[in-house]
Design a protein around this ligand. Structure first.
Ligand SMILES: Nc1nc2c(ncn2[C@@H]2O[C@H](COP(=O)(O)OP(=O)(O)OP(=O)(O)O)[C@@H](O)[C@H]2O)c(=O)[nH]1
Length: 304
């Protein structure tokens, strides 16, 4: 008989620099965590998906959990805690060598206020490679006194110590249910999606608030060439002709800069030469005729 499938959400929280990204990359691997980097759920950001046996663990991160200094920040903080409270498990990451800092104490205080009764919170003491065993035991006791953690893990996200144990435990805690993402989608699709996500990120950085709403990037062609390079063809879809002009920029300057920046990241990611071809197409409302599409192709080769 097939094993029961499990699926759920894990919110990783902790002070800046606690090692959240390093831990995610260890557990999920670079591919999926990049793909899902910018995907927004209602209240949390999906950072990665990992399979452990028959369990699918979706990691979310909730930016802005810190003490609000300005009024504006308060709404963000409330949203962030909402995101954490939606998760099946919260993991609080603490740096072993820094101990129970003011920042961690503030997070714990807020958890006591905002986390619903019964919500499971686990403690992961990270960077154990930096401290002695005695220090660790004392810190664990101190933190467990401050909050009723359901489990405590001693890990080094960087060196990989204890990470498998944490992942296996998280998997066992996921509720029974269907997976949120098909398994093959996690394993295979990422490359094209990552590439599209990278270009999208450059568009966001470059265009800021000018960025046309309803803009999508799709990787249409992917060719690993015999000479060791990769050719990637992408289309940036915008909703209106006017938006196309914004993305292209004066004499195509904007899209050129976007293509160059995206290519640099793609080379770093794929560790091989990349030829990136970007086109901007207008994809108007469904009712509009496809032959009204206008396009423009540009090639960003090595050395551009
Ligand atoms: N010695 C040691 N360093 C670690 C470990 N895990 C992470 N680091 C380092 O700690 C620093 C911060 O790690 P990140 O993973 O970027 O931390 P983060 O929590 O994602 O930080 P923000 O994005 O600012 O929230 C990096 O320089 C990591 O290399 C560990 O287990 N041991």
């Amino acid at each position: 008989m097939a094993e029961t499938t499990r699926a759920g959400f894990v919110a990783l929280i902790g002070e800046p620099n606690a090692g959240k990204s390093t831990l995610l990359n260890r557990m999920v691997g670079a591919k999926v965590s990049i793909v899902t980097h910018k995907v927004q759920t209602t209240r949390a950001r999906i950072r990665g998906v990992c399979m452990e046996g028959q369990a699918q663990i979706v990691f979310v991160d909730t930016p802005g959990l810190f003490r609000p200094r300005r009024r504006l920040d308060r709404a963000m903080v409330a949203a962030a805690w909402g995101g954490a409270a939606d998760a099946d498990i919260i993991v609080l990451l603490v740096e072993a060598h820094r101990g129970l800092t003011e920042g961690t104490a503030a997070i714990i205080d807020t958890m006591k206020d905002r986390i619903p009764q019964g919500q499971k919170v686990a403690l992961a003491i990270n960077k154990i490679d930096r401290v002695k065993a005695e220090t660790l035991l004392a810190l664990s006791a101190q933190l467990n006194e401050a909050f009723p953690f359901v489990e405590t893990f001693m890990i080094s996200a960087e060196k990989g110590y204890g990470v498998d144990k944490l992942r296996e435990w998280l998997a066992s805690e996921m509720p029974e249910g269907l997976w949120f993402y098909p398994e093959d989608q996690i394993a295979d699709l990422p490359m094209r999606m990552i590439a599209a996500e990278i270009t999208r990120e450059k568009l966001t950085l470059r265009l800021h608030e000018e960025l046309p709403y309803q803009l999508t990037v799709e990787t249409e062609q992917w060719e690993d060439r015999p000479d060791g390079s990769t050719r990637i063809d992408q289309v940036i879809y915008v909703a209106r002709d006017g938006h196309k002009g914004i993305v292209l920029g004066n004499k195509g300057e904007t899209i050129k800069a976007i293509g160059q920046a995206a290519r640099i990241d793609l080379v770093a990611f794929l560790e091989r030469p990349v030829h990136l071809f970007l086109q901007v197409k207008v994809r108007p409302n469904w009712l509009d005729e496809p032959d009204r599409y206008s396009e423009m192709g540009l090639d960003f080769k090595d050395g551009d």
